[in-house]
Design a protein around this ligand. Structure first.
Ligand code: ZN
Ligand code: ZN
Length: 400
């Protein structure tokens, strides 16, 4: 199969199935047609033989969900039967994400598509890298020069509570597969690998499965690379790939929460043969804070108040995260556990505004009292002797 095949051949038509056919429908259509046109049943019939080949080819692609997706994408990009890739055409037609914009340092993530719109840089290498490095008949060594996108990398970072609220730039150490520096990724000491004779550079070998079927495996001799080192590089043992670790400064936006996964485009493993880099996914862990909690954009805090403050009302100082304390008015008769709101003292939102600080009052009961305090409370008890706080409770209990 070649680029041309993918663009020109309508495999759906060959199998007589609609474009949105299910895997089962494709399988069924293929089996029926294969039976009808099988060479064993049509001896000497060259037309049936041709047709059988077509059917097998179509099933090779449509029967494999990954290949089918690539095929659909290639056809969506280039149209059915004709190249439409004028300037910027590829950018507009595809479902590819060209956004390689630098997300670091809080830069605007937009605009990436514009940059890539002019050509086939980036995203397409991914598609064609996958498409044509495999199973090509006669593509030869040339197909190996297709760029390939770098791998996606997953990493983790633990932030303090405050860092998560405010955002932070943290060093992240990552290791990934990268082209070996010593041999520029060729695997050959002198940078002059030769084409693998076993697979003639395709990186794939076919093995007959009988009945016109053929299966492809990665070539064992070149490990699917299509190239063999004449004089293997000592650093990477001829593989052309090496583990590279690097430390990057990663900007974690303000307001992340524990367990959140952040995607940093283009910050994953480096691409091969000029392909774009993969993405970096960072799973964020957030430490708890001894005083503050978090509810979305809001921060929470529990503030002890005296019984007198709750009953008579008063002004209470409340700590904020990383800022000066605020004074909160506690109205007279505030019940234990009531939550009040200090506006704008919460976590930073995406748009730069802030959530609120939710302040829950907790009436604290003194464990030791001075003589005069005791005296005052005794007289308070006398003054309120007629108030029964449990009267309603018993009334309700009886009523039900
Ligand atoms: Zn090979
Ligand atoms: Zn090397």
């Amino acid at each position: 199969m070649s680029t041309k095949d993918f663009i020109e051949k309508d495999y759906y038509k060959v199998l007589g199935v609609p474009k949105d056919a299910t895997e089962a429908e494709i399988k069924k259509a293929y089996r029926k047609l294969a039976r009808e046109n099988h060479p064993d049943a049509n001896k000497g019939n060259t037309k049936a033989e041709e047709r059988f080949k077509e059917i097998s080819e179509a099933n090779d692609v449509l029967g494999d969900p990954k290949k089918r997706k690539e095929y659909d994408e290639a056809r969506a990009l280039f149209g059915n039967g004709g190249f439409r890739a004028g300037p910027g055409g590829a950018g507009g037609g595809g479902s590819f994400n060209f956004d390689l914009g630098d997300l670091f340092g809080g830069g605007a993530p937009g605009g990436g598509a514009g940059g890539a719109g002019g050509g086939f840089g980036g995203g397409l290498g991914d598609v064609f890298g996958g498409l044509f490095n495999r199973g090509g008949t006669g593509g030869g060594a040339g197909t190996r020069t297709q760029p390939r996108r770098g791998q996606d990398i997953e990493s983790e970072v633990t932030l303090s509570f405050t860092e998560a609220v405010d955002g932070a730039t943290v060093p992240l150490r990552m290791s990934s597969q990268a082209p070996c520096k010593a041999c520029s990724g060729t695997g050959d000491k002198n940078g002059t690998p030769r084409v693998c004779p076993t697979c003639v550079g395709t990186g794939q070998v076919s093995r007959g499965g009988g009945g016109g079927f053929s299966l492809t495996d990665p070539c064992v001799d070149c490990k699917g690379r299509g190239l063999i080192a004449q004089d293997p590089c000592e650093v990477c043992k001829g593989s052309g790939r090496a583990k590279s670790s690097r430390t990057m400064q990663v900007r974690i936006p303000a307001g992340v929460s524990d367990g959140q996964r952040i995607r940093l485009r283009g910050k994953g493993g480096p691409g091969e043969r000029g392909g774009p880099a993969g993405d970096l996914y960072v799973v964020v862990h957030v430490d708890t804070h001894p005083v503050f909690g978090r509810k979305g954009d809001n921060l929470t805090v529990t503030v002890p108040v005296t019984f007198a403050e709750a009953a008579l009302g008063g002004e209470v100082k409340v700590p904020t995260l990383g800022g000066p304390a605020v004074t909160l008015k506690v109205p007279a008769g505030t019940p234990n556990g009531r939550t009040m709101r200090a506006r704008g003292k919460g976590a930073v939102r995406k748009d730069g505004s802030r959530g609120d600080l939710l302040v829950t009052v907790e009436v604290s009961v003194p464990t030791s009292l001075s003589d005069s305090a005791k005296e005052a409370l005794e007289s308070y008890r006398e003054a309120t002797a007629d108030d029964d706080p449990r009267a309603e409770l018993f009334q309700a209990a009886k009523g039900a």
